[in-house]
Design a protein around this ligand. Structure first.
Ligand SMILES: *[C@@H]1O[C@H](CO)[C@@H](O)[C@H](O)[C@H]1NC(C)=O
Ligand SMILES: *[C@@H]1O[C@H](CO)[C@@H](O)[C@H](O)[C@H]1NC(C)=O
Ligand SMILES: *[C@@H]1O[C@H](CO)[C@@H](O)[C@H](O)[C@H]1NC(C)=O
Ligand SMILES: *[C@@H]1O[C@H](CO)[C@@H](O)[C@H](O)[C@H]1NC(C)=O
Ligand SMILES: *[C@@H]1O[C@H](CO)[C@@H](O)[C@H](O)[C@H]1NC(C)=O
Ligand SMILES: *[C@@H]1O[C@H](CO)[C@@H](O)[C@H](O)[C@H]1NC(C)=O
Ligand SMILES: *[C@@H]1O[C@H](CO)[C@@H](O)[C@H](O)[C@H]1NC(C)=O
Length: 733
């Protein structure tokens, strides 16, 4: 009886609360209804009811207030949607947030299981500008720093700046991503991504219970399986391991940037950045990039190298466990020792560099040991199979050990598996280092020589930094066009209205001048309608930039791959592009005064002008040759996997034939709309070039043509293009 009375008195109080509610807090017993929201103090985030698309399922969630596309970053009742707009969100006097269906009266969701909690002293719910909704006691013992409850502890599919991904070892809270079921259903999906704490902590993506991808353990600088996670201007990141907590976190350096890390319903982990000028989210980094990122692709003691065909190989001293399976490219069984180990003291270790560290579940670590102590410890224990430095930052510290016993007892899950060679990251690092030294060198030289200009200073106009800052709005993220191997590219407009593209060479570089000098010299001497024109360069302070003519249509890659049919170019345009590239290449190889080898010819390096004429760009890796020299050897292979000729990737021998090989790949990609590097045929595991060859032999080449080209294609032109492409990629240079 008393309960009923209490209920009625509440109803009277509720009715007097105004309908629209725009505060950032909610106090005890206050009701938030369908049309009302809570907005954070600086209006960054908003909490309220929402539905998706035409669905009549309603949810309570948090989304960005200032973004035109509704982007939900947190959902309360993921699995228990409301089916009408009659939901009511209340904060009880125990400090528990409750979502009720007012027509039916049932509770759909609550922030805590109430039975154990007692009445709080004036609980308050508040939405912060970080996107965190917290519940604390006003003037009570439980303050904002250590709230009763916070939404950040119950992550959905989004990691916001400042949020911790990982475990609190004291409270036992495990914050990990769980994907949505589909883009219009926030229910728990199949994928989860979080920190595995068995052995040395590592990031693991699961589909149900199966491991799909390992970002790997942290090596002091980054996750060893995420080579593209690098220091940048937008956000910094850190990984903390101590006896209280283990977590990954990123924070904004430039707070005007809006970025989030998301586990998509399809299981991809993506970092997205909001681009205000286009009013859309743009992909900044993806964590899974190719075949080798698949968990245990090559099995235990196998290594995966995307350049090679087949991609799997056994480590030195190992052989395929089941050679027959291995031959038909099923490498999942992995490798075993060629000669079984007998724990003889004379046995030593092989050293491997540039590999992703193996699965660390069942590993052992110590954060203070040195590498020498680590080796000795591993040698003393017969079941120890491998050791490494734990933390490579500074002079290196810590010890990580792997054991064979784990491998044998849990063969299918633990041990040394799915190693990935990541030489690209290393090459890029070396190149970046190269450019910076040059800028210092060059600046010094300018100061010393005054106005005197050497051959290398060229007939190129030097453009002032202030002009460029003005043109690119101080390198606004809205002006960013993309990211090349050497740094970001921005669009700019000069005061006279001329549009330019500014390639800002990364600052972190410290080694020789070679690549930058090459690009400037090669390009400034070349004049051809199928080559991008260099307008000038800018060397000031630590900044080194190249200024090109702006190509409104961007790279060819944005026209031939995975787009809606409307955006794709038809066959006559593609044929024109193929011929244009061939002309540009012929000029580079034969008709220009210097013989130039591009070395990184690929679809994204072909830019299109407003009439869709192709222009070859990005000469950062080009090599100039004397008139008679035709071949050279390099010990630093540069370029892009998928386009590298085998003799170049394998032995570092490059010649005009290596460009010709890349050209062949480009032509096949243009014809088929498929990416050589990503394509794997379902039955015979061939890449695109292999697949094209099989089709050609069976006289079925036309099946390669992109479906969207349909009637626009001219059969004889298509067949000729494929034929020429196959001649370009054949085995013998
Ligand atoms: C929400 O507001 C709209 C417009 O102000 C109104 O038409 C609608 O009936 C309201 N819905 C509810 C459930 O109050
Ligand atoms: C939503 O409804 C509109 C109009 O009825 C329809 O055109 C659209 O395809 C629907 N969208 C979805 C996702 O069902
Ligand atoms: C509440 O209790 C149920 C059943 O015991 C449990 O599954 C759920 O995780 C609990 N919720 C919270 C927020 O603790
Ligand atoms: C790695 O070493 C650096 C420098 O010695 C230290 O600052 C950092 O905290 C270490 N990181 C981890 C995760 O142990
Ligand atoms: C990251 O940047 C923020 C803001 O500039 C700063 O407060 C924080 O200390 C930085 N964190 C690391 C790990 O460098
Ligand atoms: C780690 O190694 C150091 C030096 O060998 C030792 O003093 C320390 O006790 C070890 N810590 C753990 C947790 O084993
Ligand atoms: C070797 O290491 C394993 C795993 O840590 C341990 O169980 C075993 O006792 C060690 N053996 C020796 C001889 O130290």
């Amino acid at each position: 009886m008393t309960k009923t009375k209490l209920f009625f008195s509440f109803v009277v109080i509720f009715a007097s609360i105004p309908r629209t509610h725009t505060a950032d807090t909610v106090s005890a017993n206050q009701i938030i209804r369908y049309n009302e929201t809570i907005i954070s103090p600086l209006e960054t985030f908003e909490l309220g009811f929402f539905n998706l698309g035409n669905s009549t399922n309603y949810y309570v969630g948090i989304w960005y207030k200032k973004i035109s596309t509704r982007t939900v970053v947190w959902v309360a009742n993921r699995n228990t949607p409301l089916t009408s707009t009659s939901g009511e969100l209340t904060l009880t006097c125990q400090g528990i947030l409750i979502l009720r269906d007012a027509t039916r009266g049932n509770v759909l969701w609550s922030s805590e299981n109430s039975s154990t909690t007692s009445v709080r002293n004036n609980p308050i719910g508040q939405l912060l500008d970080t996107g965190n909704f917290i519940i604390y006691e006003e003037g009570g013992g439980i303050n904002k720093e250590d709230p009763i409850w916070q939404s950040f502890n119950f992550m959905t599919d989004t990691l916001l700046p400042g949020m911790k991904l990982g475990r609190n070892l004291v409270t036992g809270i495990d914050r990990h991503f769980t994907s949505w079921k589909s883009p219009d259903d926030p229910a728990f999906g199949e994928f989860s991504y979080g920190i595995e704490t068995r052995g040395y902590p590592q990031l693991i993506l699961l589909e149900d219970q199966d491991i799909k991808f390992r970002a790997g353990p942290w090596n002091g600088l980054r996750f060893t399986g995420v080579s593209n996670l690098k220091p940048n201007r937008f956000y910094n990141f850190t990984f903390v391991v101590n006896h209280k907590e283990i977590y990954y976190q990123y924070n904004l350096i430039d707070t005007s940037v809006i970025t989030r890390l998301v586990l998509q319903p399809n299981g991809r982990v993506e970092r997205l950045v909001w681009v205000d000028s286009k009013q859309e989210w743009k992909l900044y980094l993806a964590r899974q990039n190719d075949l080798c990122d698949q968990y245990a692709m090559c099995g235990p003691f196998g290594s995966c190298d995307i350049v090679k065909s087949p991609v799997c190989e056994c480590l030195k001293g190992f052989e395929p466990k089941s050679p027959d399976q291995w031959k038909i490219t099923d490498c999942s069984q992995g490798c075993r020792h060629t000669i079984p180990l007998d724990c003889n003291p004379r046995e030593g270790f092989n050293k491997y560099s540039n590999l992703k560290l193996p699965d660390t579940r069942g590993s052992w670590y110590n954060q203070t040991m040195t590498l020498l102590e680590c080796e000795q410890m591993c040698k003393r224990n017969c079941s120890c199979t491998a050791y490494t430095t734990l933390n490579i930052s500074g002079t290196g510290s810590g010890c990580l050990l792997w054991f064979a016993s784990e491998l044998d007892s849990k063969r299918s899950s633990a041990g040394i598996r799915g190693q990935v060679i990541v030489p690209i990251a290393v090459v890029v690092l070396v190149l970046l280092v190269a450019i910076c030294l040059f800028c210092h060198f060059k600046r010094k030289k300018q100061q010393q020589q005054g106005t005197q200009s050497s051959d290398e200073d060229l007939e190129l106009p030097l453009i002032g930094l202030s002009t460029i800052l003005k043109a690119t709005k101080s390198f606004s993220i809205n002006n960013k066009l993309g990211e090349g191997g050497f740094g970001p590219v921005y669009k700019g407009v000069l005061e006279n209205g001329k549009e330019i593209a500014v390639k800002r060479l990364a600052k972190t570089s410290t080694q020789g001048l070679h690549e930058f000098k090459n690009e400037v010299i090669s390009i400034s001497r070349l004049q051809h309608r199928n080559l991008v024109k260099l307008l000038g360069c800018c060397v000031e302070g630590a900044e080194v930039m190249l200024i090109y003519e702006y190509m409104p249509n961007k790279g060819l890659d944005s026209f031939i791959f995975d787009k809606t049919p409307m955006e794709l170019v038809d066959w006559p345009a593609r044929y024109n592009i193929i011929i244009g590239i061939a002309r540009g290449l012929l000029y580079l190889h034969q008709d220009s005064r210097l013989r130039i080898i591009h070395r990184d010819l690929k679809v994204s390096n072909i830019l299109l002008d407003k009439d869709m004429n192709p222009k070859i760009s990005d000469f950062g890796t080009a090599r100039a040759f004397g008139g008679t020299q035709t071949e050279a050897k390099t010990n630093k292979v540069v370029g892009t996997y998928g386009y590298l000729a085998p003799e170049y990737a394998g032995n570092g021998i490059f010649s005009i034939q290596s460009d010709v090989y890349s050209f062949g790949v480009v032509v096949l990609e243009i014809v088929s709309g498929l990416k050589n590097r990503e394509f794997v045929h379902k039955e015979h595991c061939n890449n695109l070039t292999g697949h094209a060859w099989v089709l050609h032999n069976e006289d079925r080449s036309l099946e390669l043509v992109a479906k969207c080209l349909g009637e626009s294609s001219n059969v004889s032109q298509v067949l000729r293009s494929i034929h020429v492409a196959l001649l370009c990629v054949q085995r013998h240079p």
